[in-house]
Design a protein around this ligand. Sequence first.
Ligand SMILES: NC(=O)c1ccc[n+]([C@@H]2O[C@H](COP(=O)([O-])OP(=O)(O)OC[C@H]3O[C@@H](n4cnc5c(N)ncnc54)[C@H](OP(=O)(O)O)[C@@H]3O)[C@@H](O)[C@H]2O)c1
Length: 314
Amino acid sequence: MKNTKIVIAAGTGFIGTGLVDYFGNDNDIVILTRQPRKDHHRITYVQWDGKTLDNWSHYLEKADLLINLAGKSVNCRYTEENKKEIFDSRTNATQVLGAAIQTLQHPPALWINAASATIYRHAEDRPMDEFTGEIEDDFSVQVCKRWEESFNETVTPRTRKALLRIGITIGHQGGVMVPYMNLMKFGLGGHQGSGHQKFSWVHIADICGMVEWLYDNKELDGTFNCTAPHPVTNREFVRALRKAGKHYFGLPAFPWMLKIGAWIIGTEAELLLKSRWVLPTRALQAGYVFRYPELQPAMNQIIGQLPRRRYHLV
Ligand SMILES: NC(=O)c1ccc[n+]([C@@H]2O[C@H](COP(=O)([O-])OP(=O)(O)OC[C@H]3O[C@@H](n4cnc5c(N)ncnc54)[C@H](OP(=O)(O)O)[C@@H]3O)[C@@H](O)[C@H]2O)c1
């Protein structure tokens, strides 16, 4: 993509940074954020609060692409207060973007909303995809369902819409690699829980790749799983990480250790123990070619991008 106008709501986080790196040199980027910083090169920061329709909506006029990534991180203790913010930050931002689009003369040509592959049930028996996946009703799934409903309910006749059910994203600028590398550093780079739980991952390059592919293929819309076509088990994941980082040994963490450890560091053991077994069937059927279909090359690429000092000191 070249010389397009791309608006990224909450483009300041891990995935947003990856998208800005990927598209930022050749396109004009507008980032909606609660904490604007100084504009630079072709990137403009615009204040919003993620819930109130305001002047920021004018920046969506004539956009070629709108990407919404807003949401409080789920990497926290699930207190009632945090749960409310996890829920509201996603649904409010999605609803207010939909409301903004409906006021515009020249609305964005395409709106891609983040969603999560966590919407599918804990699965150790068979993979879940867009056609046969089953959805259950724990807290994370309720968030995902309402988040998707907020997006799907909004009628935007002049804006094509696509939803990306994103898997656990790996990249050198953040996300799960940071805690995993910390565990590795303390010799805890073994599997978590039984280690048989599936880990549906995706390289950040494939999020960027799928966004560009959806933009180029104007006949596509609706829900797409954004996960690599070869998910692994938790054991295989940590083994690939150890291999890439040249750590030959790692102690495993049993479920009770994870529950205590998660409590101490203020997160939820569920994030590590849920078996996420998801396949990107629609993307494969429609011809998307993954840059990183297999984990080990993805992991090697990421570890290779890290300054050695950072890798050893995190
Ligand atoms: N990373 C993954 O593995 C993964 C997997 C599946 C789905 N996703 C989804 O993809 C989206 C982006 O993920 P990410 O890893 O880039 O997340 P991230 O690094 O936590 O960034 C999310 C951004 O959302 C904004 N935000 C946070 N709390 C907010 C609130 N209360 N109200 C409005 N905005 C708020 C922040 O932007 P400002 O501070 O600039 O406003 C933040 O930079 C999220 O919705 C996430 O759930 C991520």
